[in-house]
Ligand binder design. Structure first.
Ligand SMILES: Cc1cc2nc3c(=O)[nH]c(=O)nc-3n(C[C@H](O)[C@H](O)[C@H](O)COP(=O)(O)OP(=O)(O)OC[C@H]3O[C@@H](n4cnc5c(N)ncnc54)[C@H](O)[C@@H]3O)c2cc1C
Length: 388
């Protein structure tokens, strides 16, 4: 058979099937049960780690599978499509794993990557601050040199999974000794470091993964807690952003597929007049629209991943932004249509559709909002003036 360019490789398709089979063994019921009882998804996390899926994008010499972002994005999407969307996949292997692989010393890679790959030493990521928000150039968490080491002070907000993480990759600002200006740098901070505190933020998302406020109060770190070059923090940070967007897009397309599958199954069996409700175009067409929107978003996500894995960071940046936008929109619409298709059942805990709304909606806000993507496309793709 001739190779079709617009199809993923046989190997990638097989990976998707294997992950879907594993995740199906857990399923949505497990996920919501853990969320509602204050439990965690540790068994699932460790099982995907043990099977090599969690570290599939990490180099083989550091315990990973030697694959690319396209592979880890496929894992993330298939988990979500079975009702188990894992936010920490976006953070630990994709952002932290990528930044450390690209910029860490060999010693740092040996220390942190194997635990990220097998899931035993998850790494969270902290950039967002209460007063800076979307404008991450305004972050005020500072890193001061202290002999051979560093002292960090500041506050972070909405940081996912700190309670499940061994370390957090923290973006802080260090003083440039030449200019006196503050420049962003990346530090690995152990969650049990003295002066590192975190408290959960009550969120409306049905997920065992929680968000936290983080307080750094004179947190002392050794010199080698700094990842990469002190003077190239911004470039290094951007290295983690394309993977983050591609993963966020996959999280959303997986969630959207799950919602659509539930809605379609329900529309086929629920009959209130002569025929199943799916025979009414008012129900069928929105679901068909979702199918199209999801497939378009998946295609752009796969394109972004392929460009990234081919080393074309600039083209990957544009595609990753577009994919993230399209996927979040597709997920919001699919979740809303799934609720509507279920009628009153759509709002019950038993059917679990309404719980998807907030998770899908979060995709329009985080990790980068819809508006900032539109700003990016307006400026970089269309050449329009910067608006902010
Ligand atoms: C579930 C969840 C998990 C998260 N996990 C993490 C994490 O692990 N680590 C981490 O560091 N952060 C995390 N975040 C934070 C997330 O990245 C931020 O919420 C996001 O970047 C938006 O920042 P903000 O909430 O401060 O909103 P704000 O910056 O206050 O923005 C509010 C609104 O104003 C709009 N806006 C702002 N500026 C402009 C502009 N110039 N033009 C047009 N519109 C604009 C935004 O689009 C948004 O709609 C998480 C957030 C959520 C919801």
């Amino acid at each position: 058979m001739t190779e079709v360019a617009y199809r993923e490789s046989e190997e990638r398709e097989a990976l998707r099937r294997e992950v879907a089979r594993l995740a199906k063994g857990y399923g949505r019921e497990y996920f919501t049960q853990q969320a509602r009882s204050g439990g965690k998804t540790t068994e699932l996390w460790l099982e995907i780690g043990k099977n090599g899926y969690l570290g599939i994008n990490i180099p083989e010499e550091y315990g990973g599978g030697g694959g690319g972002i396209g592979d880890i994005a496929a894992v993330c999407e298939e988990l979500a499509a079975q009702g188990c969307p894992l936010l920490m996949m976006v953070v630990s292997p994709a952002i932290c794993g990528t930044v450390i692989t690209r910029y860490g010393t060999d010693e740092q890679k040996c220390r942190w990557l194997p635990g990220i790959a097998d899931g035993t030493r998850t790494m969270a990521f902290a950039i967002t601050e209460p007063d800076a928000g979307t404008n991450s150039h305004n972050i005020t968490t500072t890193a001061r040199r202290d002999g051979d080491g560093w002292v960090l002070n500041g506050r972070k907000i909405y940081i996912s999974g700190v309670d499940e993480a061994a370390n957090v990759l923290v973006v802080a600002r260090a003083e440039d000794t030449r200019t006196g200006k503050l420049k962003p740098c990346l530090f690995v901070v152990p969650t049990d470091a003295a002066g590192f505190e975190f408290t959960p933020i009550p969120m409306e998302i049905v997920s065992p993964e929680l968000q936290f406020q983080v307080f750094l109060d004179d947190v002392r770190l050794p010199g080698d807690a700094l990842v990469g070059d002190e003077n190239a923090g911004m470039v290094q940070l951007f290295a983690g952003l394309n993977p983050e967007r591609i993963m966020a897009a996959s999280f959303s397309t997986g969630l959207a597929r799950f919602a659509l599958e539930k809605a379609t199954a329900y529309a086929k069996q629920r009959t209130v007049f002569q025929a199943p409700i799916g025979a009414h175009q008012a129900i069928a067409h929105p679901l068909a629209q979702s199918k199209i929107e999801i497939e378009l978003a998946r295609l752009m996500t796969q394109k972004a991943a392929a460009l990234y894995d081919a080393g074309d960071d600039q083209a990957a940046g544009e595609a990753a932004n577009m994919a993230k936008y399209a996927a979040a929109e597709a997920a919001c619409d699919a979740a809303d249509r799934a609720v509507h298709t279920h009628g009153g059942n759509g709002i019950t805990q038993e059917y679990g559709m309404a719980g998807l709304l907030v998770a899908a909606r979060a995709g329009r806000i985080a990790p980068v909002s819809r508006e900032m993507i539109l700003n990016f496309v307006a400026m970089h793709s269309l050449g329009l003036p910067k608006s902010y």
